[in-house]
Design a protein around this ligand. Structure first.
Ligand SMILES: [Zn+2]
Length: 306
């Protein structure tokens, strides 16, 4: 693999719905100039404000990673950023005509397919890397979350999750080479616990979601009648209740898909460091808050050496 910076050759457009806003959005990837990184552009707003995908522009992390700059917001950037980063793209313009990226199938698969269609090409400038020289660690006290980077010649990821649930307990995922990203990580869908879903639905916080863009984890026993009520919430046909487990198993690709999806989210958040990293990233119980706090620490060191 050459170590030149990369962008795409052609423009490519994707359409979908934002998960939390339920708004229809069009997203267009355009080639980016050398050394400009990833830039979102809100084409629906006056002056088409730009939002740089950098850790210092993160303003919210409660349900997704939200960026804000130049009086404009773009929410749920992690799955797009994961695809862009995972494919080795360094410079890209991401035009969007709404406040939130489309959820698509709940993974990065369709973003990857679009970007590959746009053809990834080398630019003239060499890539810069930030080498992890000594441990960098963010710990979220009390909840057992820890995101850390260690020296290594190559970038690799190791993620461990534990929801202390009989259905979703300890699970691990690894990515030792970005070349495996498209096949091993990109298709991994986000997941949600049914109990959370009911709360979100009742509070109107999840409008673009349906049973095809998230794995739904069922922990408690339901009666058929309760189960039918949940189907009604989604405007879905009633189906036979099969007991605890993953409600929509037909959408699942890997047995450890939830851990792999957390790795996907982590790569998307790491893209906000503003420079490619050489190091081993280890995450225990990651989430957008911890990920982005960790990336802010990296970013600080990157800015110090620049
Ligand atoms: Zn995610």
């Amino acid at each position: 693999m050459s170590d030149k910076q990369k962008t795409i050759l052609n423009e490519v457009t994707l359409k979908g719905t934002g998960l939390h806003t339920g708004k229809k959005v069009v997203i267009t990837f355009k080639p980016g100039n050398e050394n400009t990184g990833y830039i979102f552009r809100r084409v629906d707003l006056e002056g088409k404000p730009e939002i740089k995908a950098l850790a210092e522009n993160v303003v919210e992390t409660s349900r997704s990673t939200v960026l804000f700059q130049n009086n404009a917001t773009v929410a749920t950037v992690e799955h797009v950023m994961s695809a862009v980063f995972g494919l080795g793209i360094d410079n890209l313009i991401i035009e969007i005509d709404g406040p939130e990226t489309p959820i698509l199938d709940g993974s990065s698969k369709l973003y990857v397919e679009s970007l590959l269609k746009a053809e990834i090409i080398d630019q003239n400038a060499e890539r810069n890397y930030f080498h992890i020289k000594e441990e960098i660690k963010f710990e979220h006290n009390g909840i057992g979350t820890c995101i850390a980077a260690y020296p290594s010649d190559e970038l690799s990821f190791e993620v461990e999750i534990d929801y202390h649930s009989t259905v979703l307990g300890k699970q691990k995922a690894t990515l030792n080479n970005l070349d495996d990203y498209s096949k091993e990580i990109a298709p991994c869908k986000t997941f949600v616990f049914l109990k959370e879903l009911e709360i979100l639905l009742n509070n109107n916080q999840i409008k673009g979601g349906d049973l095809s863009n998230a794995l739904v984890i069922v922990e408690k026993e339901f009666t058929q009648k309760e189960f039918d009520r949940i189907a009604d919430l989604f405007n879905k046909k009633h189906q036979k209740y099969h007991g605890r487990g993953v409600l929509n198993e037909e959408h699942m690709t890997f047995e450890n898909e939830p851990a792999r999806h957390k790795l996907l989210d982590l790569t998307g958040d790491l893209a906000l460091a503003g420079m490619r990293i050489k190091g081993k990233i280890k995450a225990i119980k990651p989430g957008h808050f911890a990920n982005t706090e960790f990336v802010k620490m990296l970013r600080k060191q990157i800015l110090d050496i620049k």
